[in-house]
Design a protein around this ligand. Sequence first.
Ligand SMILES: C[S@@+](CC[C@H](N)C(=O)[O-])C[C@H]1O[C@@H](n2cnc3c(N)ncnc32)[C@H](O)[C@@H]1O
Length: 237
Amino acid sequence: MVQEKIKNQLILESTTLWDFPRQNYGDKPHGNNKFNGVTPAFIIWNLLQRYTKEGDLVVDPMCGSGTTIDVAKELERRAVGYDIAPYREDIIKNDTRKIPLKDNSVDFVFIDSPYSDNIKYSNEPACIGKISCEKEKFFEELEKATKEIFRVLKYGKVMAWLIGDQWKKKKFTPVGFKLYQMLSKYFDTMDIVCITRKNQTSNTPLWHNLAREHNFYLRGFKYLFIMRKPEKRKRPR
Ligand SMILES: C[S@@+](CC[C@H](N)C(=O)[O-])C[C@H]1O[C@@H](n2cnc3c(N)ncnc32)[C@H](O)[C@@H]1O
């Protein structure tokens, strides 16, 4: 399997450990791998293969450089991408805490949100990436986004949320656990996937040595929470 991935083949993952050698696959770009915080396109490809079919409406409410749009269109899904700071023309400017779509109208949502205030995405004051995950406000704002995703998704349909933890200035924040706890108030859990981290800026010999010397760990993985909006007869908790 590893050999096939190295040859840039697309593989439908069969376990809950996904390890991608690079951001992109194939000959065409999917999003922009120069965009700080870009999502590996293989993640979205795997999710769309499993949880959507041709013609389905796929929405990314924080779509950054547009990876979700590119993968979805290539797979002949309909795609809508929003961002508070649109990176290209086909991305609609919108705050994810109010999604301009009807209730129960979307087949699949993918979201790779800020994990904290570690990356400067834009000068937009409404960027959630300006709030530290050490503050409860960070999770309160993500909960507003969650409620909107829940509202626009069709009953029984799936959303996937990519997020990582933070270790900063000797303080660990379990961003993934806290987000999951909140998501599970609304959605049923389908599965939790571990995505290995390869391309972060701290993946250098210097940082690895610092982690050993000063007794901390570099972030080695992200969580991918795969959640389903319950069927209509079950009321949200
Ligand atoms: C991790 S990046 C997304 C990366 C994207 N999936 C890609 O592959 O390029 C997070 C994005 O969330 C956006 N964002 C932050 N706060 C937002 C908000 N309130 N509403 C909409 N987008 C927001 C940022 O502008 C940034 O582009």
